[in-house]
Write a protein of this length. Structure first.
Length: 229
């Protein structure tokens, strides 16, 4: 079943360094992925808006249009998952990217095998769509449409924020450890630090507004979704 999913994956590889593109394409094609390439942000936006991709792998530092700006332009039209390649590794850049809706980060130099694992995990999550809704007070989740409503208005959640909220809601009332949430939402053995999870919780709470009170912090453990007074 997994091979059937993998063969359907279509990638857009965006990097101004041809050797990086070639290396990613080599490993991706070995996994059975279909690949397109773009050499800068402008080329990436044009191709992303014209074609349908299952995931975009995009460098941050590029000529003409940087990765963040390209991501912003693509997000205006499409909700395709985006994985950023970063040589910076600074927390600010990660937070900025997550705020724009970036699904994941890989810091250069990276392991091609780990990159393939992350791509598979991202695509698997997106394709695993549920077909019902959850509602409590003014908070509503439409799983089939992958939309969250706060007091009747669509909340601008990033894909990662949405997956994190779903993981907590689907396990509501249960104490979810940091390790469990990282496993459920990121879908692989996470090698980063816990600040990634905390950053997403902070952004999610901001977007849920008054209903952020449902996200209960369990010090030293993790988080729990719980209806509170």
């Amino acid at each position: 079943m997994m091979n059937m999913v993998i063969c359907m994956i279509k990638l857009l590889i965006v990097d101004d360094e041809i050797k990086i593109r070639e290396m990613i394409r080599k490993y991706a094609q070995y996994e059975g992925f279909e690949c397109d390439e773009a050499f800068d942000g402008l080329d990436a936006v044009a191709k992303a808006l014209k074609n349908d991709y299952d995931c975009i792998i995009m460098d941050i530092m590029m000529p003409e249009l940087d990765g963040f700006s390209a991501c912003r332009q693509i997000r205006k039209e499409k909700n395709v998952p985006i994985l950023m390649l970063s040589a910076l590794g600074e927390e600010y850049d990660k937070i900025h990217g997550f705020d724009l809706g970036v699904d994941d980060y890989v810091v250069k130099p990276f392991s091609p095998k780990e990159l393939m694992m992350r791509i598979k995990a991202i695509v698997k999550r997106v394709k695993s769509v549920e077909h019902d809704t959850f509602e409590v007070e003014g908070l509503k989740i439409d799983f089939s449409a992958r939309q969250v409503f706060v007091d009747g208005e669509i909340a601008a959640l990033s894909p990662k924020e949405y997956e994190l909220l779903c993981a907590l809601v689907n396990n509501r009332g249960i104490a979810m450890t940091r390790e469990k949430l990282l496993s459920l939402v990121w879908g692989y053995d996470f090698f980063g630090d816990d600040r990634t999870l905390d950053t997403h919780i902070k952004l999610l709470r901001r977007n849920l507004k008054d209903y952020s009170r449902y996200l209960v912090t369990l010090r030293g453990v993790g988080y729990r979704f719980e209806k509170t007074n």
